[in-house]
Ligand binder design. Structure first.
Ligand SMILES: Cc1cc2nc3c(=O)[nH]c(=O)nc-3n(C[C@H](O)[C@H](O)[C@H](O)COP(=O)(O)OP(=O)(O)OC[C@H]3O[C@@H](n4cnc5c(N)ncnc54)[C@H](O)[C@@H]3O)c2cc1C
Ligand SMILES: *[C@@H]1O[C@H](CO)[C@@H](O)[C@H](O)[C@H]1NC(C)=O
Ligand SMILES: *[C@@H]1O[C@H](CO)[C@@H](O)[C@H](O)[C@H]1NC(C)=O
Ligand SMILES: *[C@@H]1O[C@H](CO)[C@@H](O)[C@H](O)[C@H]1NC(C)=O
Ligand SMILES: *[C@@H]1O[C@H](CO)[C@@H](O)[C@H](O)[C@H]1NC(C)=O
Ligand SMILES: *[C@@H]1O[C@H](CO)[C@@H](O)[C@H](O)[C@H]1NC(C)=O
Ligand SMILES: *[C@@H]1O[C@H](CO)[C@@H](O)[C@H](O)[C@H]1NC(C)=O
Ligand SMILES: *[C@@H]1O[C@H](CO)[C@@H](O)[C@H](O)[C@H]1NC(C)=O
Ligand SMILES: *[C@@H]1O[C@H](CO)[C@@H](O)[C@H](O)[C@H]1NC(C)=O
Ligand SMILES: *[C@@H]1O[C@H](CO)[C@@H](O)[C@H](O)[C@H]1NC(C)=O
Length: 656
């Protein structure tokens, strides 16, 4: 018996993976999207049969098997649904040999992960002072965290467990909610193997793309991560015939493609695509699944609206194509219903838009640049007064309001030299002259208020070049911010009273030490009709501004301060919830303590989303805080926080 557990087995298991059948998805016509090379390497029943033969042990082979048909998966649901996910140290946690077999079947892409900052802690075997220096220097940049298999951008949700000095809360480093293993996937077969393995062994499964999620949805204590970062293929179709009737240019992106790569590729083929403002957010992962807003949204709608077809590994391990005619319920759910719900998206085909002449303007002012606080707030109000005009012209603006004379864009509670910063106002399909004419009435108001500001204009014959200079790379990596958000509809800006209340709320929030990061934006787009068959939160369609409000504390703040600051922003948000009670909040930039969370993030779509979650993922393989079905689970965090406030604990069915 021992013999088959030795190296010989690992080698033959590896052979089995190498023998993964190459199936080419038949293209019905030249203009149809074909599978990427990494998608043609799939796990099939016959590959599994070979694996089983090689392993000479059915129990082992079953660990990698697909889920059975729905009848038997209901049985699996019954037996697993009432047990917690298996964690390292548990009796049922796979022994090293099984991880070795898994790795061999994967072709060696399994990573035993360590927290990034472990390099800074002498008690970790990874300790390396030079590496630590680099990591510390880069800690607040997104590149560092996106290039790591398990790090995330907002570390509160991981448990503040392993930070380099001076960002550390303690002088220790523990695994926290960083997953235990990650699969660095480069084929669909690897994703299928990981999905089957995690489901069959009741492991906690995390999907990580870039780790940008505002609520740390790509982390999880004791989990196995599917890391999609390297699924970077791209293809251009000059004339794509989509199932929904669209015929025109399209681009297919691997789900690991990031915003800057997508924009660059689109430019290289003479087009633009809808993507986020931020340079390194993923295009095809949580961003598009959750709706996805863009500097182009007031013109063309949300990212989810652009998708023409997608390819997905479902919770049962099977690889499918979803479009408006094929697996249309999956297609509906994965365009608006959020990341980590029923499957792992491996690629998507999106509309390619015209290259678009685009103009932007960036500027800022503080109270000291105005005659006084009244003029400052009047200047802010004059912006809100223009939201309708600006959105209806197809433009987008990303604005910050906060308190700090020291550094614009940082907020220090108690400082009264407030700032307003137009991070960038972006006008697609508009020349410099047209954009200047559009903002002239607003600027005239600012001038009349004696506000001193220096507009910085940029214009180019394509969207990419203007975007590139207007939106610098984002700063992340902190555990000192808690945000909440609200979508405010047009009706708010058509009522003097509600507009005044909104303005007064902004002022109150800043006076209380919060900061605002908002957008003037429409989720509909003036140039198009949004598709009807998406699960995008309906409130998006009527939105004129998406307002994020945040509280901040210090790196060394105690958990008590974290808790009170966190609760403060959640409660403060009631003022905007009351101004727009029938609206909602954008799930990807929201508050995990949002009251009536399902209604706020998913609206009327929730019952159907929940039903599809049960249909496609009956055992709850996919989980993320705030995701569809998350309310059936709780994270028993080991931090001094209530359950499910972060990912640093065992994942168990609710109230076990
Ligand atoms: C600095 C910054 C700027 C941002 N700018 C914008 C913006 O301009 N517009 C906007 O709309 N949003 C923006 N966001 C929010 C962004 O949309 C969310 O953070 C989104 O979740 C990021 O998706 P991701 O795949 O890159 O990140 P991740 O954190 O890796 O993933 C997010 C969620 O999606 C799941 N997921 C990831 N990939 C897949 C996949 N292939 N299949 C299934 N599930 C998957 C993950 O499990 C997780 O639950 C920004 C966030 C940050 C931190
Ligand atoms: C098959 O593998 C399982 C799991 O590792 C092990 O418990 C069992 O003893 C093996 N069976 C045989 C016949 O080797
Ligand atoms: C699927 O069903 C077969 C036969 O009923 C059984 O042998 C196998 O263990 C099942 N597999 C899973 C993953 O449940
Ligand atoms: C952070 O870690 C350093 C050592 O790496 C330690 O000297 C310092 O006390 C820690 N800070 C806090 C707040 O614990
Ligand atoms: C992950 O895989 C890619 C190739 O797909 C490789 O370039 C990269 O170095 C790997 N990263 C890690 C951490 O293994
Ligand atoms: C862009 O502007 C041109 C000319 O003003 C107009 O013809 C075209 O319809 C516009 N495109 C969009 C998408 O609005
Ligand atoms: C702006 O400055 C002008 C000239 O200094 C002055 O007359 C006017 O009252 C000021 N307006 C405001 C709103 O402060
Ligand atoms: C604010 O505007 C001034 C010009 O008025 C500019 O020099 C400065 O860089 C801007 N600051 C930020 C943070 O954008
Ligand atoms: C709104 O505020 C403006 C300016 O402060 C004021 O003139 C107006 O009367 C207010 N309107 C309402 C309905 O409160
Ligand atoms: C953060 O630190 C500053 C300066 O040390 C202090 O004034 C402030 O009160 C601290 N804030 C919090 C929330 O702890």
């Amino acid at each position: 018996m021992k013999g088959i557990w030795g190296l010989g087995l690992v080698a033959s298991a590896s052979l089995a993976a190498g023998a993964a059948v190459k199936t080419t998805v038949a293209a019905t016509s030249v203009s149809d999207a074909s599978s990427f090379s990494y998608e043609s390497i799939q796990l099939t029943d016959s590959v599994l049969k070979d694996v089983s033969t090689q392993l000479e042990n059915q129990t082992l082979a079953n660990m990698f098997a697909f889920a059975n048909s729905s009848t038997s998966s209901k049985q699996t649901k019954r037996s697993l649904f009432h047990s917690c996910k298996v964690m390292p140290g548990d009796f049922l946690w796979p022994i090293d040999l099984i991880w070795d077999i898994f790795d061999a079947l994967l072709g060696g892409s399994l990573i035993k992960t360590v927290p990034l900052a472990a390099y800074c802690y002498p008690e970790w075997p990874e300790y390396d002072a030079t590496k630590c220096e680099t990591i510390t220097a880069d800690w607040l940049t997104s590149n560092l965290h996106m290039s790591d298999p398990t790090s995330i951008m907002l570390l509160l949700y991981e448990g503040r467990s392993c930070l380099p000095s001076p960002y550390n809360y303690t002088g220790t480093c523990t695994q926290g909610a960083y997953p235990t293993y990650a699969v660095n996937v480069s084929t669909v077969a690897q994703i299928q193997l990981a999905v089957n393995f995690a489901r069959n062994l009741n492991l906690r499964l995390v999907v990580k793309n870039t780790g940008h999620d505002f609520n740390g949805k790509a982390s999880g204590k004791g989990a196995l991560t599917i890391w999609t970062h390297y699924l970077k293929e791209k293809e251009y179709y000059p004339s794509f015939k989509a199932a929904n009737g669209y015929v025109g240019p399209a681009v297919k992106f691997g789900s690991g493609v990031q915003v800057w790569e997508a924009y660059e590729f689109a430019k290289s083929v003479g087009h633009s695509v809808v993507g986020g403002e931020a340079v390194t957010v993923g295009l095809g992962g949580g961003y598009t699944a959750g709706g996805g807003h863009s500097p182009l949204s007031s013109m063309y709608g949300l990212a989810a609206d652009q998708v023409l077809s997608m390819q997905v590994v479902l919770a049962d391990g099977r690889f499918i194509t979803a479009s408006s005619t094929e697996n249309s319920d999956v297609f509906w759910m994965l365009r608006g219903g959020g990341g980590s719900t029923i499957g792992v998206v491996t690629s998507l085909v999106v509309k390619a838009l015209p290259k678009l002449e685009t103009t932007s303007v960036t500027f800022n002012f503080t109270v000291s640049d105005t005659p006084g606080p009244d003029a400052f707030w009047a200047a802010v109000k004059s912006y809100l007064d223009n939201f309708e005009t600006f959105v209806d012209a197809g433009t987008y603006g990303y604005y910050y309001i906060g308190a700090s004379s020291a550094e614009i864009g940082t907020t220090y509670a108690g400082d009264t030299d407030y700032y307003f910063r137009m991070e960038s106002f972006l006008a697609p399909n508009m020349s410099l002259a047209e954009t200047k004419a559009l903002v002239a009435p607003w600027f005239e108001t600012l001038d009349n208020l004696n506000v001193t500001y220096t507009p910085w204009w940029n214009t180019a014959d394509n969207f990419h070049d203007t975007w590139e200079v207007s939106f610098p790379q984002e700063y992340v990596g902190t555990d000192v911010v808690k945000t909440a958000s609200r979508l405010l509809p047009r009706s708010v800006f058509q009522s003097d009273d509600l507009l005044n209340q909104t303005w007064a709320a902004y002022k109150d929030g800043i006076d209380k030490g919060l900061f605002i990061a908002g957008f003037h934006i429409s989720g509909t787009g003036i140039a198009v009709e949004p598709p009807k068959d998406t699960s995008v939160l309906p409130a998006w369609r009527d939105t004129l501004t998406h307002v994020i409000v945040g509280s901040e504390w210090n790196f060394t703040s105690s958990w008590d301060v974290v808790e009170s600051s966190t609760l403060f922003v959640t409660e403060w948000m009631d003022v905007l919830r009351e101004i727009a009670p029938d609206s909602g909040a954008y799930m990807s930039e929201a508050d995990l303590l949002e009251p009536n969370l399902q209604e706020a993030f998913y609206g009327v779509n929730y019952p159907r989303l929940y039903e599809l979650k049960q249909k496609y993922d009956p055992t709850g393989l996919f989980f993320a805080l705030t995701a569809v079905g998350a309310e059936d689970w709780e994270v028993q965090t080991v931090d001094p926080l209530p359950y499910s406030w972060n990912n640093n604990g065992r994942l168990c069915p609710k109230s076990s």
